[in-house]
Design a protein around this ligand. Structure first.
Ligand code: GLP
Length: 262
């Protein structure tokens, strides 16, 4: 794992977008794992601008999103399907057939989940998995106690996650769906590269636990410590509680792989 600390949320999102850009330019048929949430809005805004101004081409890449609420239709403005069209897909002219999200309206959720795993495998696996972190320490909707070898499946959301995501539901946590379909921690760990972005002071405590604490299913983001190629990009506010900050900065400054990004 490597941790890169940037001045503010915009610089962190820009660096994340630059990493995605370089992977996509190197491989136009990249299989991208995508995430939702406010943190991602900034990353997608940068990608949209790169598409518009710097000819970044998404036409041949394929995408798989992490998760979707159960019982919310893809046309509902609160769905992650809608979020992705609004913040990325419609703006970078990526063919709809190249984009996939788990189906939260499937009658048979276990078989929809198995199908999703199969689609990822058939695409050759995820090349680059973009991730946010929830306040409960989740990646995707892998809430506390999610098995670290879990696959795509249905999951109950914690009250903390319902509170965090309430703004999309008129500010009322009771209106946030109680369940979601999410790719598993095991699915995420099989991606060739992981890129976690966290910004803002409210992520500082959970981020420090995920990066520097023990690996535990209580904080599923901590499983990323096992991943052979995981980059964590944070702003100063989210980095506040990291003990190894000086070392992480030194690594970033001295690592030849990052020369083009400094
Ligand atoms: C939701 C998503 C997660 C995401 C999290 C962070 O819970 N299911 O994948 O990481 O939001 O959200 P935000 O960026 O708004 O803090």
């Amino acid at each position: 794992m490597e941790v890169i600390i940037q001045r503010d949320a915009d610089a962190a999102s820009l660096l994340a977008a630059r990493v995605i850009e370089s992977e996509l330019r190197a491989n136009p048929r990249l299989v991208l794992g995508l995430a939702t949430g406010r943190t991602m809005e900034r990353v997608y805004a940068h990608l949209t601008r790169m598409h518009r101004e710097e000819k970044l081409n998404f036409a041949r890449c394929r995408t798989f999103n992490l998760d979707e609420y159960i019982g919310i239709s893809p046309d509902d403005p609160r769905s992650y399907h809608f979020f992705m069209r609004r913040h990325l897909f419609n703006r970078v002219s990526i063919p709809a057939r190249n984009t996939r999200l788990p189906d939260g309206t499937a009658r048979d959720l276990p078989s929809a989940a198995r199908r999703y795993e199969k689609l990822i495998r058939r695409a050759g696996g995820i090349d680059l998995q973009l991730l946010g972190i929830g306040r409960a320490g989740h990646i995707g909707f892998n809430e506390p106690l999610s098995a670290l070898m879990s696959r795509t499946r249905e999951k109950a959301l914690t009250p903390m996650t319902q509170r965090q995501n309430a703004p999309m539901f008129g500010g009322d946590p009771r209106r946030v769906p109680a369940r979601a379909i999410t790719v598993g921690v095991g699915t995420i760990l099989e991606s060739r590269r992981c890129l976690l972005v966290a910004t803002g002071a409210e992520k500082a405590a959970i981020l420090a636990k995920a990066v520097e604490g023990p690996i535990t299913s209580m904080i599923t983001a901590s499983a990323l410590q096992l991943h052979p190629r995981c980059t964590v990009i944070v702003d100063e506010a989210a980095a506040k509680k990291l003990k190894g900050k000086t070392y992480y900065r030194w690594l970033f400054e001295n690592e030849p792989d990052w020369a083009a990004f400094r």
